[in-house]
Ligand binder design. Structure first.
Ligand code: SAM
Length: 391
């Protein structure tokens, strides 16, 4: 029987596709935003895989390499890849080293076989960080399970200036192992590495005992982890993108982005909301549903409706500019709505006649007919004013 990993690499599942889409859409924006601020880039793929999927689809290292080339920063970029399984490592090494773009990189790629944690010190000591260069590090940590994902390593990464982390967090595994620890059938070892200490697992397990609904349990597991990561590293921003399990309406993983830069936060939210959008609706979401048939049931959006209410509550206090929501609210580290989602909520509220748009001086009404259109649809610039509708 094929091993789980073999199936993973043969299938190129919609989940993997969504993960790659997020990586491929975010990297160009990240590279171009930092191009003039830093001297060099370092792309780290800690659980790099075998380089390609069945049908010749590129794996994450090749996706990244392509985007690095398109951003024209190859000659300022180092890449470091680790893969544990010998046969995958050999495939990875040959497809990366044989890739036409590799010779244009700043230096030879570091490709290691073994555990990420074993090679981590070498990666952090790479010459790319030498001679006081300003280096933007992007780390993609994409394990199958949770083994060898250590809070201490993630914190060390995020403490590097300009570092951003994209981590595939296996919620399902943490939930299961947390249950076994609570039942006394498993020790804390593997989870304490992930969460940083035994004491954090003790408090996690005791908090889980008091959790009511499964969604509370999920929130505790996810938020405790992200909070520790942010507290330890000083990173201010995080976005969790949820993956549900196939054929079951429960969470399997989160793809978590962590950074210390409001621009990265803003761009990643836009990218993730867009990847979570399907044809049936316009907003998108921070979620990828592996079962497209279930999507039809999710058209009602309590998250959007609640946020629209908060917008109207704000306008009840006073008129304000569009940017109050699309910039100020959107930039708040605890806010998971994208700039585009805010604009769409405001346009919907205008259409529903619950708010009115005024010109940039807040003098005259600026109905949709007077504003710029894009693909036939009205737009809403940040400098327009908003007032609660009279009707
Ligand atoms: C989900 S796959 C990675 C896929 C790859 N990032 C991509 O998107 O193309 C996870 C990989 O991590 C490897 N792996 C497992 N444990 C590891 C460890 N401790 N260190 C490095 N790699 C590991 C597995 O063999 C597997 O190939």
């Amino acid at each position: 029987m094929p091993k789980h990993d073999d199936v993973h690499f043969e299938m190129y599942s919609p989940q993997t596709q969504a993960k790659h889409e997020i990586l491929a859409s975010y990297l160009p924006a990240y590279l171009s935003a930092l191009k003039n601020k830093v001297d060099r880039f370092h792309y780290i793929d800690g659980f790099a895989g075998r380089g390609t999927y069945g049908q010749g689809k590129p794996g994450s290292p090749l996706v990244a390499l392509q985007k690095i080339d398109e951003a024209k920063v190859c000659d300022r970029t180092s890449i470091s890849l680790v893969e544990k399984r010998e046969s995958y490592f050999q495939e990875l090494k040959s497809c990366v080293e044989g890739h036409a773009l590799v010779s244009g990189l700043l230096n030879s790629p570091l490709i290691r076989q073994g555990k990420f944690s074993e090679h981590f010190p070498e990666i952090l000591n790479r010459e790319v960080y030498g001679s006081g260069a300003r280096v933007a590090t992007f780390a993609f940590i994409d394990p199958c399970g949770i083994e060898d994902v250590r809070m201490a390593d993630l914190i060390s990464l995020l403490k590097i200036e300009y570092c951003e982390l994209l981590l595939f967090f296996n919620y399902d595994a943490v939930n299961r192992i947390g249950g076994s620890i609570a039942a006394g059938t498993m020790d804390m070892g593997i989870l304490s590495e992930l969460y940083g200490s035994e004491s954090s697992i003790e408090s996690l397990v005791s908090e889980l005992k008091t959790a009511g609904a499964p969604s509370d349990r999920e929130g505790i597991i996810r938020d405790t982890f992200i909070r520790s990561l942010k507290r330890g590293s000083g990173a201010r921003f995080s976005v969790p993108f949820r993956f549900s399990a196939k054929r079951q309406d429960r969470t399997s993983h989160y793809l978590v982005h962590v950074c210390n830069n409001p621009l990265g936060f803003k761009i990643m939210k836009s990218v993730m909301w867009e990847v979570g959008r399907d044809d049936a609706e316009e907003y998108g979401r921070l979620e990828f549903d592996s079962d497209p048939e279930r999507g039809q049931l999710l058209l009602f959006r309590p998250d959007i409706e609640n946020q629209k209410k908060s917008i109207l509550d704000r306008l009840r206090r006073s008129a304000c500019k569009v940017s109050e929501f699309s910039v100020n609210w959107m930039n708040s580290p605890n806010d998971y709505f994208s700039e585009q989602a805010y604009k769409k909520m405001l346009l919907d509220l205008e259409k529903e006649n619950r708010l009115a748009v005024f010109d940039k001086e807040n003098q005259k009404p600026a109905p949709t007919s007077s504003r710029r259109k894009m693909k036939g649809k009205p737009t809403l610039g940040n400098d327009y004013w908003l007032r609660l509708s009279n009707s």
